[in-house]
Design a protein around this ligand. Structure first.
Ligand code: AMP
Length: 471
């Protein structure tokens, strides 16, 4: 199948051709025609599946079909994203695919001056890509008018909820017209996401792609057991001996990311850190240098790394395991994107054995352990509680709103001995409130949610199959 049969206009097809894409990805094949039709969509898809083009292309097509006169402060399409990086990336995609079209777009996020954003919005803008916190500030100042909003997209909705944006989102929803198209993209489907979907979407079409299966096929996963104090040495050795040129390394804390960056630089390996305490300018610069292969290592915390899309990123290293098993899947999903293979290496010390156990339980498979003789752990070292840094969990920089982040709270309480308190794989038994919410919009929605439950089960068994095949 080619892009020609999906209902996109010549300008868009030309831009797609410039990108060198021949074939739509599964999510693009499914989503593009139904978004053009104006239907609501509930999409189970992670980054790496081509989902951004899956919604930006049909939205640009729809925008090109009518040309209403924009009044002051009015907008036609709103894309909400959890992080500034993802907002910038979506804006970049829109620019890429819309390069032969006439439309206006702008990106709105915190951490930079609000006045230029207010001035841009004042003129009326076709597409706004925004993080919820700053958008709510602007809406509070009556800087934006949602009255003619045609389409709302919630991208990476699961992350937005994890980051405590639910209240901001609900407040924003109240300002939007009831009659609109809504698209909700999420990698995972917790009860909270299902509740949100049930409240927002009208008779949605379910679009799903088995990204996790593809990930398991294409990403080789390895664990090296190593003492905590020797991780930096092992990481430097792996980078140097394997001649890794582009490595995304995850640490648990912002302080840890800074410290590791310095240690790598001291070892002669170019590196930069990206996390919530860095200014937007520093984050953008670090990411650009990493993408351009000017630095070898980008050290990131989980939330800062969300939305980072690097074509053909070959290596991801978990310098420290995440406290939340789902984050492991998100982290390793940074590699092996768009059909390319990748490698995910986890350095695991004795304090993290329970976290590894939780991750393997979550993905329902055992990760291959590779012993490196020179780094055999010292058996006399005892497990210690895991330090998550002062203040523990973090939000993306500059977005400190609300603070109601239950997931981050659970991170703060986590340690080696009580890590059984960390987030467990979600129970398949649905919360009664979710059932009520789903019932409100009828049994069709319920069917869709059931289908997603089934998908989660089949995805996990797919991962298991793929990993055991490799062992
Ligand atoms: P996304 O899931 O939107 O983050 O996209 C993942 C990557 O796939 C991006 O680097 C896109 O440029 C790339 N991509 C999107 N659509 C296609 C396509 N049809 N063919 C090849 N690559 C694509």
């Amino acid at each position: 199948m080619s892009f020609n049969n999906l209902g996109l206009n010549e300008s868009l097809l030309k831009a797609i051709k410039d990108q060198g894409y021949d074939t739509p990805t599964p999510i693009q094949k499914q989503a593009i025609p139904i978004v053009i039709e104006g239907r609501d969509v509930l999409a189970a898809a992670q980054t790496g599946t081509g989902k951004t083009a899956g919604f930006t292309l049909p939205l640009l097509e729809r925008l090109s079909e009518t040309h209403p006169h924009m009044q002051k402060k009015q907008i036609r399409v709103l894309v909400l994203t959890p992080t500034r990086e993802l907002a910038a990336q979506v804006a970049e995609s829109i620019k890429t695919y819309g390069k032969y079209m006439k439309y206006s777009s702008t990106v709105i996020f915190g951490g930079v001056g609000i006045n230029p954003q207010l001035a841009t919005l004042r003129k009326g803008v076709d597409i706004v890509i925004a993080t919820p916190g700053r958008l709510l500030d602007i809406a509070g100042q009556k800087g934006i008018d949602f009255s003619v909003l045609e389409t709302l997209v919630l991208d990476e909705a699961d992350r937005m909820l994890d980051m405590g944006f639910i209240h901001d989102i609900k407040k924003l929803m109240k300002m939007m017209p009831q009659k609109r198209q809504t698209l909700l993209f999420s990698a995972t489907f917790s009860n909270d996401i299902k509740k949100l979907a049930a409240g927002l979407l009208k008779n949605p079409v379910l679009v799903e792609v088995a990204r996790e299966n593809t990930t398991a096929e294409q990403i080789s996963q390895v664990v090296h057991y190593v003492d905590k104090g020797r991780k930096k040495e092992l990481l430097s050795q792996l980078i140097k001996t394997n001649d890794w040129r582009q490595v995304l390394v995850f640490t648990r804390t912002k302080h840890g990311a800074n410290r590791l960056t310095k240690q790598l630089e001291d070892a002669g390996i170019s590196a930069a850190a990206i996390h919530g305490n860095k200014s937007q300018g520093a984050r953008t610069k670090a990411l650009a240098s990493f993408k351009a292969n000017e630095i070898r290592v980008l050290v990131a915390t989980d939330i800062a790394a969300r939305g980072i899309d690097i074509d053909q990123l070959p290596h991801v290293v978990n310098y420290e395991l995440p406290n939340v098993p789902e984050d492991y899947v998100h982290r390793i999903g940074r590699t092996g994107r768009a059909g390319k293979s990748g490698e995910a290496v986890s350095l695991v010390c004795i304090d993290e054995h329970k976290l590894l156990f939780d991750i393997e339980k979550f993905i329902k498979s055992e990760i291959k352990k590779v012993h490196i003789e020179a780094f055999t752990p010292d058996p006399s070292i005892q497990a210690e509680p895991i330090q998550n840094g002062r203040g523990g969990g973090q939000r993306s920089g500059g977005q400190k709103r609300g603070g109601g982040n239950s997931r981050n709270r659970s991170r703060n309480n986590n340690n080696a001995s009580n890590s059984q308190n960390s987030k467990k794989p979600e129970s398949k038994k649905r919360d009664p409130k979710v059932n009520n919410a789903a019932a409100q919009i009828g049994s069709r929605m319920q069917e869709k949610l059931d289908k997603l439950d089934k998908r989660d089960t089949s995805v996990n068994s797919g991962l298991k199959k793929n990993n055991s095949r490799r062992r």
